[in-house]
Design a protein around this ligand. Structure first.
Ligand SMILES: NC(=O)c1ccc[n+]([C@@H]2O[C@H](COP(=O)([O-])OP(=O)(O)OC[C@H]3O[C@@H](n4cnc5c(N)ncnc54)[C@H](OP(=O)(O)O)[C@@H]3O)[C@@H](O)[C@H]2O)c1
Length: 258
């Protein structure tokens, strides 16, 4: 058992999840980093521990319910009850309705949407029993409107936002906070293959500080960077005809088709 707050993060082997784990460990949290690459999370956890933090690395495939439950049980044995669960693992592949690859779509739906629900299934019942805790979902500004050439990713993030919003209201009477995090462009392995210039790009360590601050104040929604969040929120209010005209040039961008 530990008196430290224990944060369980999916997708902790790289990018945003790893950066968030490092920041929270630096703020005194016990951190479990989970991902499919067990050796990688174990190494990162060992590095955090050698710097004086408390960390545990565990294998977890969020598309497999049994794997998520097993990882959560192992983490609870290692570091105590989970006070904050962060559904961060995600896949972002291009998708175009005229050149649809159903296998890519299934992977994104399984990882981004079901993966989040599996984590909730494995962690929230214990929080309900204790009448305390926090569930965090890393969605995206890409979920606020349908993005051309990114239709499936955009749809999975919109689904996450709706699920997290509803869960926030469901869980409030049990003392459990739900936080939706909507980042803009962050430099990680996921975005490294983007060939276009990403506006207002942040480093993962910068994103992690903003996320950790939002988690600590149990914010309902955390959106950043601010200029990107403002533009995206504005785009939500554009009439459909105007939105279509503005976005049409981006529809062929990913696969280079006119
Ligand atoms: N980068 C951005 O600009 C940006 C913007 C908005 C939102 N986001 C969201 O932020 C989250 C993290 O993305 P990132 O940019 O940090 O990308 P990343 O560096 O590619 O990290 C993705 C993480 O997800 C894990 N993962 C993938 N499939 C998994 C599975 N089936 N089971 C368990 N873990 C799995 C990967 O670990 P393994 O391969 O080891 O399993 C990795 O740790 C994602 O949900 C993404 O949609 C990113």
């Amino acid at each position: 058992m530990t008196d430290l707050k224990h944060v369980f993060i999916t997708g902790g082997s790289s990018g945003i999840g790893l950066a968030l784990g490092r920041v929270l460990a630096g703020r005194g949290y016990a951190v479990t980093l989970s991902a499919r690459r067990a050796v990688v999370v174990a190494e990162h956890a060992a590095a955090i521990a050698s710097g004086g933090g408390r960390a545990f690395g565990v294998a977890c495939d969020v598309t497999d319910l049994a794997s998520v439950h097993a990882a959560v049980r192992a983490a609870e044995s290692a570091l105590g009850p989970i006070s904050i669960a962060v559904a961060n693992a995600g896949v972002g592949l291009p998708s175009h309705a005229a050149k649809f690859v159903i296998a890519d779509a299934e992977l994104m739906v399984r990882t981004n949407i079901l993966g989040m629900m599996y984590l909730l299934d494995a962690t929230v019942p214990q929080m309900v029993e204790r009448r305390s805790g926090q569930f965090v979902g890393v969605a995206s500004l890409a979920g606020l409107r349908g993005l051309p050439a990114t239709s499936v990713y955009s749809a999975t993030k919109a689904a996450m936002q709706a699920f997290l919003e509803a869960s926030r209201i469901d869980l409030a009477p049990y003392g459990i906070a739900v936080t939706t995090i909507n980042p803009g462009f962050i430099a990680t392995p996921m975005t490294a293959r983007n060939e276009f210039k990403m506006p207002f790009l942040l480093r993962a360590d910068q994103a992690a500080v903003i996320m950790a601050d939002g988690i600590e104040r149990r914010a309902r929604v955390v959106e950043f960077p601010r200029p990107m969040a403002f533009i995206t929120r504005l785009a939500r209010h554009l009439p459909n005809a105007v939105y279509d005209r503005v976005m049409r040039p981006y529809a062929g961008r990913v696969k280079g088709e006119k």
